[in-house]
Design a binder for this molecule. Structure first.
Ligand code: PEP
Ligand code: MN
Length: 338
């Protein structure tokens, strides 16, 4: 249930509504928009809520029953877009944000070469895994904390922000010490213990779509983080598993306008994991921006043949430059900047 206050509702009237909800055992999530305050009712209580009891309270404009189970992530509760601000960077606003870097941090030198070029071409966020979720236990597992140190140092050198994956609850505090955005990988989208832990964090979280997750399941995973108190969640479409095996995954471009309609949160697209093929990354990045993505995450490597992970889907720095030039033409056509 959502209680929409009238435009001129007083602070006292708003507080009385919240108090009435709390008294019945519900959590009230207050959202103050440009013109009015909306109070979202979340949580479970044994006391039945009768909308009419709230409709008659002073200052209440209307009471809307929400049928979607994702109240905090959904647009009904918060109709206006969420813009996540970090310094002078905004994700979910007019500007399309580029996140680029290697699949895995391999050394400070490797990261420096890649960061130097992607920042020159217009990336604002440096990506790179220090903890890698690999299908085989014998594959490179990442440099761990050493990788996090390289990320922070190199990103600061080029004025970039850091996004990196956190795989487990035991790593949350450590990763949060170094990163600006905590990435939840596809394999962990429904690791509810991890999501709850991230709900207690104040750092933004980028939630990748599980490879066999429906959009509703994905929204509910975001709800887990938000219900814990962290409202800075970014979705990332990274391809799903279908019967098609020509590509590593099937990039679900339609998920972008669907999420935009159902949720106020920003959505980024990752065409590197979405296709697994270097020559398909740029076309899918273009399509994602045209479909309304708020940002693009791509894997870039100066020597993909020698990369310790995901070389075949990593684009060369010059290709990143080419992609940026193309996106600068596409973005204005849909009222965006880059
Ligand atoms: C990654 O971005 O490094 C990664 C492992 O992606 P995903 O979780 O989408 O497979
Ligand atoms: Mn990768």
């Amino acid at each position: 249930m959502v209680i929409v206050m009238s435009e001129h509702a007083s602070e006292d009237q708003i507080e009385k509504v919240i108090a009435a909800l709390t008294q019945k055992g519900y959590d009230a999530h207050r959202s103050t928009g440009a013109t009015r305050t909306v109070i979202g009712v979340v949580g479970a209580s044994r006391t039945h809520l009768d909308p009419r009891e709230f409709e008659i309270l002073p200052g209440v404009h209307e009471v809307v029953k929400i049928t979607e189970p994702y109240k905090l992530a959904g647009r009904v509760f918060k109709p206006e877009d969420t813009v996540i601000r970090m310094g002078d960077l905004a994700i979910g606003g007019r500007d399309i944000v580029m996140m680029a870097g290697p699949c895995a941090v391999e050394s400070e030198k490797q990261l420096d070469i890649i960061a130097a070029s992607v920042s020159r071409y217009g990336a604002r966020i440096l990506r790179g895994g220090a903890f890698k979720p690999r299908t085989s236990p014998y594959a490179f597992q990442g440099l761990g904390e050493e990788g996090l140190r390289h990320l922070r140092k190199v990103a600061d050198r080029y004025g970039l922000l850091v996004i990196t994956e956190v795989m487990d609850t035991s790593q949350v505090d450590l990763v949060a010490e170094y990163a600006d955005i905590l990435q939840v990988g596809a394999r962990n989208m429904q690791n509810f213990t991890l999501l709850k832990e991230l709900g207690k964090q104040r750092k933004s979280v980028m939630l990748k779509r599980g490879m066999s997750a429906t959009i509703q399941e994905w929204l509910l995973s975001a709800e887990y983080i938000m219900a814990g108190g962290n409202r800075s969640v970014i979705f990332c479409e990274r391809g799903i598993r279908t019967f098609e095996n020509y590509t590593r995954n099937t990039m679900d471009i339609s998920a972008i306008p669907i999420i935009k309609k159902l949720s106020h949160l920003p959505i980024v697209a990752d065409p590197s994991h979405g296709t697994g093929l270097r020559d398909k990354v740029i076309p899918m990045a273009r399509a994602a921006v045209a479909a309304g993505a708020d940002g693009i995450m791509v894997e870039v490597h100066h020597e993909p043949e020698a990369a310790l992970s995901d070389g075949p889907q990593s684009i060369y720095p010059e290709q990143f430059a080419e992609l940026m030039a193309q996106l600068r033409i596409i973005a204005p056509a849909i009222g965006r900047t880059i």
